[in-house]
Write a protein that binds this ligand. Structure first.
Ligand code: TXA
Ligand code: MG
Length: 351
């Protein structure tokens, strides 16, 4: 049974003790809830992978109490990392850097790099300070499922396991952190998130390359800067179906949304940026038209629709452009990487 903890001093100390004892502690961050384990404890990391049902070659992000701790996880801190850490930490940005020798292979997925981040959430920072070292934390969901944005989601997800869950309320960003790989010759965006590409490029004074899986999906509005010849690191969510509901989901252009719904039949739910045309409609969920507010509400909305008993989820496509990049990426994954042509198609790779 997972257990809910509050933000009291006593509960934070208890959570830090649990980490020291090799236990799993879920905690809020500004992006999504993480499922934490002591990042130098191989036994705890093994329990973390087992709890998530995650393949062992999938690296996890190490959460740090402050940027000062980077030196004990990265063998080299490139100048670009200092710039981005200074500009965006604490915040929804993960930096992939050359790993220090002592970082367990379970953290890096056997790669020569490590993902690091200082989260911008008071409760996460209190836990990290009380623990005093890095905490490895993937999103607190079973592998391939929708990331949790409330403590309740986490409890539902790990009902059968012995996990402490610190309750810090709903997450402010609601989508996972932006991941930038700084281990190669050019900085590369691996996952779009709460820190936008444009803001990163402004801070760095140079363009970001896009990971291949983003290039394929994104009819790149920017020109693609030179890519290094070394093979790209395994990218997060390189699996097309990730962050996915159980119910078949499909991305649909706004102008054909209602027609497609009629075509599919009776129990078809809709996630749109406008109210239902017919007034009260229990299976029509509206999210805000602003990308930040939309991102904040997306995962809770997908969970709700997934639990509603509908046969399909139709998701109204969102605008092009950098502001919607992270949302578009998650919607494509929720829909299994496909659009209308792939209606209802299911793949099991992310389960
Ligand atoms: O916002 C977030 O990043 C949340 C919160 C809890 O911090 N965490 C999160 O973790 O989304 P996870 O494990 O669900 O996704 C982390 C992604 C993985 O897909 C992994 O491939 C990528 O980060 N990653 C971690 N270390 C990496 C590395 N060394 N190289 C390339 N990708 C890495
Ligand atoms: Mg995840």
């Amino acid at each position: 049974m997972s257990r809910l903890l509050t933000s009291s001093e006593h509960d934070v100390a208890r959570a830090a003790d649990a980490l020291r004892g090799g236990g799993l502690v879920a905690f809020p961050t500004e992006t999504v809830y993480g499922l934490g384990a002591a990042a130098r404890d191989r036994g705890a990391l093994a329990r973390l992978y087992a709890a998530k049902g995650r393949p062992l070659d999938h690296p996890v992000i190490v959460h740090l109490p402050s940027a000062d701790a980077v030196a004990s996880w990265a063998r080299e801190v490139p100048a670009r990392a200092m710039v981005l850490a200074g500009a965006f930490w604490p915040g929804p940005l993960t930096l992939v850097l050359p790993r220090a020798a002592a970082v367990p292979d379970q953290v890096t997925g056997g790669q020569d790099t490590v993902g690091l981040r200082v989260p911008d959430h008071p409760l996460a920072l209190r836990l990290l300070r009380a623990f005093g070292d890095g905490v490895a934390a993937p999103s607190a969901n079973r592998f391939g499922r929708i990331s949790p944005t409330t403590a309740r989601h986490v409890v539902e997800e790990f009902d059968d396991l012995d996990v402490l869950v610190l309750d810090g309320g709903p997450c402010r960003v609601g989508l996972e952190s932006t991941i930038v790989d700084l281990s190669g010759d050019v900085p590369r965006l691996l996952r779009p998130g709460g820190v936008h590409r444009r803001a990163l490029e402004e801070a760095l004074g140079e363009r970001l390359a896009l990971a291949d899986h983003l290039l394929e999906r994104e009819a790149a509005p920017h020109a693609e800067p030179g890519r290094p010849s070394s093979p790209a690191p395994r990218a997060p969510g390189g699996l097309p179906r990730h962050y996915a509901p159980n119910t078949p989901a499909e991305l649909v252009a706004p102008n054909v949304l209602e027609a497609r719904r009629r075509e599919l039949g009776a129990r078809v739910a809709v996630l749109a940026r406008r109210p239902a045309p017919t007034g009260a409609d229990p299976w029509w969920l509206e999210l805000p038209g602003d990308p930040t507010a939309y991102g904040r509400g997306l995962y809770a909305a997908l969970r709700r629709l997934d639990a509603s008993g509908c046969s399909h989820i139709l998701i109204e496509a969102v605008p092009e452009g950098d502001d919607w990049l992270a949302v578009r990426d998650r919607l494509r994954r929720a829909a299994g990487g496909g659009t209308a042509e792939r209606a209802g198609r299911r793949t099991e790779d992310g389960a």
